[in-house]
Ligand binder design. Structure first.
Ligand code: ZN
Length: 340
């Protein structure tokens, strides 16, 4: 029996030390120390040993049992910590890897230049007025002295809504009407915002675009004030050498009306391909507020006069940044946007 005990002991110790997985180790525990395990069976066989040797044999089996139990526990701990170590290795941080760059967003170039333009007019005492994109036909056309048969009112130029009398504003000028209807003169506002026209998309047209509209109403306001205001704006935005010029024009809501040009930012007025050798770039329209418009909002044209102008934000941004296609602003192309 002692030989059998020693043999089981040798085999068990060797198998435990060679064991490499927790599953296999559990199998070994059952094999030797389980209810029907080999060491357990030895203990049960103590009664078959000669009485004189029983105490010594029993003590030997118990020693083996304790020894194997210790060995199994220690092996289990080793295997567990080894597998945890491997898992940690897998998740560990490799500080030599290049980091992932966080790309902070920024304002869209159109909003950047609108903020800059607004800032310049703020400096002249203008405040920002806002109005809705969906306007009434009255605010967008009638109150602005635009007759019913004017081509701008054609549904091929204007987006009308199903509900009668509503449209997507074609310019920011209805904000002038809203402002004058709600307050007494003097008025000194700019109205930045989106406008909509049924234009086919090309390098210089989009069906949605931005304007900054301006309106100044007070006693004794003259065309010279308009020219000074726009000249100051042009020089603040595009440089102190900018010149402006007025050309006679017609708009229903101003009298007299002008179109105004900036000296060419690409050739400084010498003449180049962009300005078609003229040295001037067309910017937008302006003029003295038509007395009919004042009548429509209840201002007395005998006492008050005023000027108004429009500015295409995209147009000015294209000149300032040398962009040749308005569609870039709306493409969402990150390579374009990242340059601003
Ligand atoms: Zn030029």
């Amino acid at each position: 029996m002692i030989d059998k005990l020693n043999k089981i002991g040798e085999e068990a110790k060797q198998q435990i030390s060679e064991c490499s997985t927790l599953e296999k180790l559990e199998e070994l525990r059952v094999l030797y120390l389980g209810r029907k395990g080999q060491v357990t069976e030895l203990l049960k066989s103590v009664s078959s040993v000669e009485p004189a040797q029983r105490p010594a044999f029993g003590a030997s089996v118990n020693r083996l049992k304790v020894e194997l139990s210790d060995l199994l526990d220690r092996k289990k701990q080793n295997l567990e910590s080894a597998s945890q170590g491997a898992a940690r290795q897998k998740e560990s941080l490799d500080v030599s890897l290049p980091g992932r760059k966080l790309l902070p967003g920024h304002r869209h170039p159109l909003h950047q230049i609108m903020a800059e333009m607004t800032g310049i007019f703020h400096g002249l005492g203008f405040t920002v007025a806002e109005g809705p994109d969906v306007e009434t036909e009255f605010n967008n056309f009638d109150a602005l002295n635009t007759p019913p048969d004017h081509p701008a009112r054609n549904s091929q130029d204007t987006f009308y809504l199903k509900q009668a009398g509503l449209l997507l504003r074609t310019h920011t000028s209805p904000v002038q009407i809203r402002t004058m209807l709600s307050q007494k003169p003097p008025v000194r506002i700019i109205a930045p915002g989106r406008c909509y026209r049924r234009d086919a998309i090309d390098a210089s047209h989009m069906p949605v675009f931005h304007q900054i509209e301006g309106l100044y109403v007070d006693k004794q306001v003259s065309l010279a004030d308009l020219k000074a205001t726009i000249t100051h704006f042009a020089r603040a935005l595009l440089g102190s050498k900018m010149k402006i010029r007025f050309r006679p024009h017609f708009f229903p809501f101003t009298e007299p009306s002008v179109e105004y040009d900036f000296s060419c930012v690409f050739c400084q007025g010498k003449g180049c391909r962009v300005c078609k050798q003229s040295g001037w770039l067309e910017i937008s329209g302006a003029g003295m507020v038509d007395p009919n418009v004042f009548n429509n909002v209840g201002y007395d044209p005998e006492i008050y006069s005023g000027f108004a102008w429009g500015l295409g934000v995209e147009r000015v941004a294209m000149l300032k940044y040398g962009i040749n296609d308005i569609r870039h602003f709306y493409s969402g192309d990150i390579r374009f946007l990242e340059q601003f």
